[in-house]
Write a protein of this length. Structure first.
Length: 498
């Protein structure tokens, strides 16, 4: 196999830095309704509820656990106010719009139970609007009256082409949820669901089984149109879950874009045949983040926090130039686990860290292709043993200016590229392994203890020109100098503490 040049490595970064050019576009911002506008033509078609209006205020007084109301329009002006009075927090009200216009909500809407807004032509929650309820669903998809009254939560898009856009504030009660569903879904405002769930889904059919376990499991059928979910605002679910999913027929494409801030206990982004893009300045912060997509590109920050922190990425292709961290200042560093089918590429702008009082673990594997690293990669121990870094690939692994450090204050950690000690273990062994002169590998014991272990292994050719160090404190000898050129596979054995 031909050696990989730096020129070849530079090309993949175009995928991350120009990814926005291929994003699905959203329609222009809707015109706000009249300031005193209220919903019009409400007719209760299932369950029991009364509708009264006075000036710029409307009250819907519901007497059954569930109710369905068909509306000619559901607009709320900036000075309007709609209040739903429901029997209890588990009560549900479905508001379905029959006209050809999108719903424009620019004023406050509140309920003590669950609110559903259904409009195939779109739902726009404008700037300054606030919807506050036990749970909130806004969708272009529909559900039958009988199914809804029976407690079902499965919605079908049909021929609807409208968009769901939030530019206001959506606030669910503690342990409640916010769900935005359609072919195109965008958040530019604020969504909060403390101890609850936020779901953003694009596809042809979405099922939202909300269970007592505190998790939403979304089932999304692939859309027959382009499917897109974009976050440009702020999503928070403290001690809860954020679940984002977009699925479309492979020829049409699906995409998830984060240009804002997401904070939760668990975050999942899924687009099996589509793409996930994190823009520069965006952040995802969670105890556990899982990303699954055909292509993952990014300039943003993925941050795992807490005593049990984990970032898991599964993709066909991955090209990243942002920060991925699972650091823990008070305990062991977390876990970063990246598995791709074809290629995993990290530029010099990227940084992967799993640092802690003792080091965490970082694993990067390409099951059918290659891994290219020009990044900093750390699993360091600030008050204990260094962590582990494992890198494997099918065809090749190349470090071109890569910096890997698993040093610890007491005992160095382990770096395995292409295999463990003497090539043993299940880590995928590449056909060729290249480490250039600008690359460094460190597994030192910086204060006490023994140096760690560095193993470089390939099937046919290992070219090592870099610097490798596995020093035992307080020794200063470097195990392999930068002038070293190894054609054979090798394990760099640690030096012992003096």
């Amino acid at each position: 196999m031909a050696k990989v040049s730096k020129h070849q490595l530079n090309k993949p970064w175009l995928l991350a830095t120009t990814a926005l050019c291929g994003l699905v576009s959203f329609a222009a911002q809707a015109t706000a309704p009249a300031p005193n506008a209220l919903p019009q033509g409400g007719a209760v078609v299932a369950g029991s509820a009364g509708i009264t209006s006075s000036g710029n205020a409307m009250v819907v007084n519901q007497s059954t656990g569930s109710a369905v109301i068909n509306w000619n329009s559901f607009d709320v002006g900036s000075q309007g106010k709609v209040t739903f009075q429901q029997p209890d927090a588990s009560s549900r009200t479905l508001n379905r719009v029959l006209s050809s216009d999108p719903s424009r909500i620019y004023g406050p809407v509140s309920a003590n139970g669950q609110l559903y807004f259904v409009n195939p032509n779109g739902v726009i929650i404008g700037q300054g609007a606030r919807i506050e309820a036990g749970s909130i669903t806004a969708t272009t998809m529909d559900i039958g009256n009988e199914a809804f009254m029976a407690g079902a939560n499965s919605f079908t898009r049909g021929s609807a082409t409208g968009e769901i856009v939030n530019e206001g504030t959506l606030a669910a009660a503690p342990k409640g949820y916010v769900a935005l569903m359609g072919a195109k879904v965008m958040n530019k405002g604020t969504i909060s669901a403390p101890q609850g769930q936020v779901a953003m889904a694009a596809g042809d059919k979405v099922t939202l089984p909300v269970t007592g376990s505190g998790l939403i499991g979304i089932e999304v059928d692939a859309a027959s149109v382009q499917a897109a979910v974009t976050n440009e605002g702020t999503i928070t679910a403290p001690d809860g879950q954020v679940y984002i999913k977009a699925e479309a027929a492979s020829s049409l494409g699906a995409q998830i874009v984060n240009k804002g801030t997401i904070t939760a206990k668990n975050v999942a982004m899924q687009s099996a045949s589509g793409s996930v893009f994190t823009d520069k300045g965006s952040t995802v912060t969670a105890n556990k983040t899982q990303i699954t997509a055909g292509t993952v590109t990014g300039l943003g920050t993925l941050q795992a926090v807490g005593d049990v922190s984990e970032i898991n990425i599964q993709a066909g292709y991955l090209s990243y130039a942002g920060a991925i961290s699972a650091d823990n200042a008070t305990g062991q560093g977390g876990t970063i686990d990246i598995a791709v089918k074809e290629a995993a590429m990290f530029s010099s702008a990227a940084k992967l860290t799993a640092n802690g009082r003792s080091g965490g673990a970082v694993k990067i594997v390409s099951n059918s292709g290659y891994v290219l690293l020009s990044t900093q990669l750390q699993a360091m121990g600030s008050a204990g043993t260094g962590g582990t870094v494992a890198i494997g690939g099918k065809t090749s692994v190349a470090l071109l200016g890569g910096k890997i450090d698993v040093s610890g204050t007491s005992n160095g950690g382990t770096i395995n590229i292409g295999g463990g000690w003497q090539g043993i273990g299940s880590l995928l062994r590449p056909d060729s392994l290249t480490i250039d002169a600008a690359s460094t590998l460190k597994a030192d014991a910086t204060i006490s203890g023994n140096g760690g272990e560095i193993t470089l292994w390939s099937k046919t050719n290992t070219d090592f020109y870099g610097t490798a160090s596995a020093k035992g404190a307080p020794q200063q000898a470097t195990v392999a100098g930068s002038s070293c050129h190894r054609k054979a596979n090798s394990t760099l054995k640690p030096s012992k503490q003096a």
